[in-house]
Design a protein around this ligand. Structure first.
Ligand SMILES: Cc1cc2nc3c(=O)[nH]c(=O)nc-3n(C[C@H](O)[C@H](O)[C@H](O)COP(=O)(O)OP(=O)(O)OC[C@H]3O[C@@H](n4cnc5c(N)ncnc54)[C@H](O)[C@@H]3O)c2cc1C
Ligand SMILES: Cc1cc2nc3c(=O)[nH]c(=O)nc-3n(C[C@H](O)[C@H](O)[C@H](O)COP(=O)(O)O)c2cc1C
Length: 528
């Protein structure tokens, strides 16, 4: 059986062009039928002209605070005032971003308004995040089947991203925790089961983790106050990344001049250096030691009021959503150090590294479009990783391995830096397998402490300058991930030198060239 549609109207609402591009792609799709296809912006579509044998396919984004894009803002009103609306069939594909509180609001409003006006929904509404390509492909397949006569298929389609956030996280569970190195600064791969969550992610996206309380630190604070009420009062509070408002309260209550002085804008570097190893207890102790040792100058309740809620910590996802839709992998270095005769642990990294299999963890994802694998399958890629900076590339390489299986290949080069080859070569066997399978053309490793002279990723980049230059000339994208302190300036310096040595640029021309790499988004960075 085939359907009786005479015409398919593809209508879009689009502010920055995504929905319009998808609408065009839809028009250019060769469906298995020969129905007439029309393309029109929502504002230019008169509802009374849609006939009962027409199929209306709407693709629209949401803008502002859940508002329609400018070229779609009149449509719902026209629909509501239309006296002679046919009972045509329709489907809505909403584009949005889960980072906004009113996710896909306009798509939802359109869908409701069309149904309210008497139109018949033939495909369930799609609520897509910025990773909409996969949903779009599935939507196209569904439309094709609908046009070929399968009138049921669209009503069983479920393509709706659930908008999780800090205030509404998903309760996932830890499926494994594995050590990736034997070095003194331990790195773990942590796999998190997200099945049934409605989360969708791409290689390069980010996972936010809301960790549980550090019970040891809460106990130490309770001991300092000599009052166990501190444990519940400070639960879920940020006890490590201390903000200026809190420090101002502490400085005011303690009357200590040193902290007050550090809080001046002109002393911001000094303050950062002071805070780097310290948690709340260290700061409290420092203030009281300026007066009478252990004097408690602030009450538990006043301090609890001044403390903010613990912030989620963000991690590069080390897996590919196409290959592992039900799982997110992370590659995490545990923050653990001794300071002032006390062990200190990073809130999230320590909690995750010590999590038991099956333990629940509150998470949400965020799309990171600047750090996605280039869509054009021929685009070469250069990946620079320091330590856990390799995480997103594990996702990229999983995605590339799927592309290689389908017969496509691209030039890919990975620079990986760590401390010791013997202890810290993260994902060594996996990276070697990918090389054997031609998923990855080459891995260039550099281990800083394996020789008397320290060597880092930027040194390896320079040594391979000719190849890097050649790849950049061939249109490569260059990804940089890892420590901001180690990579931010040094990679720029190496690229300037490469442009001079291998591109015969003068120092000024090299500066312009580097600026153009940033302007054209050839360089993509995730630094922390
Ligand atoms: C986009 C992005 C992606 C990221 N991806 C990853 C990733 O893939 N893997 C990963 O491991 N991390 C990643 N991070 C870093 C991560 O978000 C956390 O900052 C990190 O895990 C520490 O969080 P925590 O809660 O364990 O520690 P916190 O409780 O936040 O404590 C960290 C603080 O402890 C102090 N500190 C840390 N080490 C020492 C030390 N040796 N001596 C003294 N003081 C110290 C510093 O003040 C530091 O700011 C990423 C960050 C960003 C922004
Ligand atoms: C300024 C701005 C506001 C946005 N507001 C929302 C919003 O309220 N809800 C939502 O789901 N998405 C929102 N988005 C995300 C867009 O809907 C998303 O980027 C979409 O892919 C854009 O498609 P378009 O290019 O067709 O307009 C916003 C994006 C921007 C840049």
């Amino acid at each position: 059986m085939t359907t009786n549609f005479k015409r398919v109207i593809v209508s879009y609402g689009s502010q920055s062009g995504n929905a319009q591009r998808l609408a065009r792609a839809l028009i250019e799709t060769h469906f298995s039928t020969t129905i007439t296809l029309e393309l029109v912006a929502l504002n230019d579509l008169a509802p009374e002209t849609i006939g009962s044998n027409d199929l209306l396919l709407v693709i629209s984004s949401t803008f502002g605070d859940g508002e329609p894009p400018a070229n779609a803002e009149d449509f719902i009103q026209k629909l509501q005032h239309c006296q002679t609306l046919s009972n045509f069939e329709y489907a809505v594909f909403g584009l949005g971003d889960v980072a906004y509180p009113r996710f896909c609001q306009f798509g939802k409003a359109l869908d409701a308004a069309l149904a309210q006006a008497g139109a018949i929904r033939v495909i369930n509404r799609v609520d897509a995040d910025t990773n909409y390509q996969q949903f779009f492909k599935q939507w196209l397949t569904t439309i094709d089947a609908l046009l070929a006569g399968d009138t049921e298929i669209g009503l069983s389609l479920t393509l709706q991203v659930t908008p999780y956030s800090e205030h509404q996280p998903h309760l996932a569970s830890i499926s494994s925790v594995d050590k990736l190195n034997t070095g003194e600064s331990t790195v773990y791969q942590i796999d998190i089961d997200i099945s049934g969550s409605g989360m969708h992610y791409r290689a390069g996206d980010l996972l936010y983790v809301l960790s549980d309380d550090d019970q040891m630190l809460l106990r130490q604070l309770a001991n300092w106050f000599a009052d166990d009420r501190a444990i519940s009062a400070f639960a879920n509070k940020e006890l490590r990344l201390l903000n200026k408002a809190l420090l101002r309260t502490i400085a005011r209550k303690s009357g200590c001049t040193a902290l007050k002085n550090n809080l001046k804008q002109s002393n911001k570097d000094q303050l950062a250096e002071y805070l780097y190893p310290r948690d709340l207890l260290d700061v409290l102790k420092d203030q009281s030691s300026e007066q009478v040792a252990n004097e408690r100058f602030i009450s538990i309740d006043d301090l609890a009021d001044a403390l903010s809620t613990r912030s989620p910590r963000v991690y590069s996802i080390a897996s590919c959503g196409l290959m592992h839709p039900d799982q997110v992998s992370l590659c995490i270095r545990e923050v653990a150090y001794e300071f002032a005769n006390r062990k200190h642990f990073g809130s999230a990294s320590h909690w995750l590294s010590n999590a038991a299999v099956g333990q629940k963890v509150k998470v949400f994802t965020r799309s990171n479009p600047e750090f996605h694998l280039a869509d054009q399958q021929q685009t070469p890629i250069i990946m620079l990783a320091a330590g856990t900076g390799v995480a997103p590339y594990i996702g990229f390489l999983q995605q590339l391995s799927q592309q290689v299986q389908r017969g496509s290949s691209r030039n890919s080069l990975l620079f990986f830096g760590e401390r010791y080859r013997q202890h810290d070569y993260l994902y060594q066997s996996q990276l070697q397998t990918w090389q054997e399978q031609q998923v990855l053309q080459k891995v260039i490793t550099v281990f800083s402490r394996d020789q008397p002279q320290k060597r880092y990723v930027q040194h390896a980049l320079l040594e391979n300058g000719a190849q890097v230059w050649q790849l950049l000339q061939a249109g490569a994208l260059l990804y940089v991930c890892g420590s901001r302190k180690n990579l931010e300036k040094s990679i720029d310096q190496a690229l300037l030198q490469i442009a001079q040595t291998h591109g015969q640029r003068s120092p000024e021309q090299a500066q312009d060239y580097l600026a153009s790499l940033y302007n054209k988004a050839v360089i993509r960075r995730d630094l922390y």
